[in-house]
Design a protein around this ligand. Structure first.
Ligand code: PBG
Length: 324
């Protein structure tokens, strides 16, 4: 039998060969670390469904941002859990709202880390939906004004970038216009463009106390079965002025990340969401897989698919590992 001339194993023989031909390298430069801000002082409340993650009061959130900065992580992404929720999501755009306070505190104490804010209403509405309700249905155009007001209040507090995640049609344009009219034309928008109605957000909803009180988010977030529609969503956001487009979740949507990278010439972010984090943590706790290896493999796969930016709760853990 004539053996093939090419033997793929030649270049896999040892780690030095493998290093030489490795196509994808994770870097701390790619990472964004999500954090949850709560009211109060010296609060560090563990999130049961996300081992290693906490709800943090603004004093502690600044400390966490400092640690991230020391590890070389370029940016944090902030979520807020307000003391009170109401129908109109007033906590989302309050001048002294929880995210606004957290932004100010971090920019004061750790000026060199980028502060990105999630712009959505589900953490602030009593019903837990991402927009204004009328007869149990989320009103798109009424919500746009509130999202624009929220993004503007984040920029006023000092946010370096805003990240709208409500999946309302026209949200990027509405936010761009509000920012531009108020002299924040330099604040970029990272748009959650292809955000799916995913079960992998489960642990986050405990973390952010933002589960919808009735129904689900399928009337605004995308159907996991659709790929062409993700391209349409991204095209719209690009035309509305998005600076970075995002695919979320990441691991079950690597094909979407790949297409986003091929079809657009903007940076692509991928959100390695709470459920993707917690699955690895839980299996590792049971001794069913190696946590570090599973983490590195997942994040490398997200980058290999085409992500320029990876938003992940693993950020400090992986940054430490990359330093070694
Ligand atoms: C807000 C928002 C959610 C996530 C990010 N922004 C929850 C949701 O849409 O239900 C999920 C993040 C994660 O699971 O890590 N709308």
């Amino acid at each position: 039998m004539q053996f093939p001339e090419y033997r793929a194993r030649r270049l896999r023989k040892n780690e030095n060969f493998r290093r030489l031909i490795r196509e994808t390298k994770l870097s701390v430069d790619d990472l964004v670390y999500p954090l949850f801000a709560v009211t109060g002082k010296s609060v560090k409340k563990p999130i049961t469904s996300m081992p290693g993650q906490f709800q943090l009061s603004v004093d502690y959130i600044a400390k966490e941002a400092q640690k991230a900065h020391e590890l070389g992580i370029p940016a944090v992404l902030l979520f807020g859990i307000p003391a009170k929720k109401d129908e109109m999501a007033t906590g989302a755009f309050a001048k002294d709202g929880i995210v606004q306070q957290a932004v100010k505190r971090i920019k004061n104490e750790v000026p060199d880390i980028l502060v990105i804010t999630d712009v959505c209403l589900c953490e602030y509405t009593s019903h837990g939906h991402c927009g204004m309700l009328e007869k149990d249905s989320v009103q798109n155009d009424e919500t746009l004004e509130v999202l624009a007001e929220t993004a503007l209040s984040h920029a006023r507090a000092g946010a370096d970038m805003v990240a709208p995640s409500a999946m309302m049609d026209g949200q990027v344009a509405a936010i761009r216009e509000a920012l531009d009219e108020n002299a924040f034309e330099d604040v970029p928008i990272m748009a959650y463009s292809a955000k799916y109605a995913s079960s992998f957000y489960g642990p986050f909803r405990e973390a952010a106390e933002s589960a919808p009180q009735f129904g689900d988010r399928k009337a605004y977030q995308m159907d996991p079965a659709n790929a062409d529609e993700a391209i349409r969503e991204m095209s719209l956001d690009v035309s509305e002025g998005a600076d970075i487009i995002m695919v979320k979740p990441a691991l079950a949507y690597l094909d979407i990340i790949c297409r986003a990278k091929q079809e657009f010439d903007l940076p692509v972010a991928a959100y390695n969401v709470s459920g993707e984090y917690s699955m690895i943590k839980a299996a590792a706790q049971l001794g069913w897989l190696d946590e570090e290896k599973a983490m590195i493999e997942s994040l490398t796969a997200i980058k290999r698919a085409g992500a320029d930016i990876i938003i992940t709760y693993f950020a400090p853990q992986v940054a430490k590992l990359l330093k070694k």
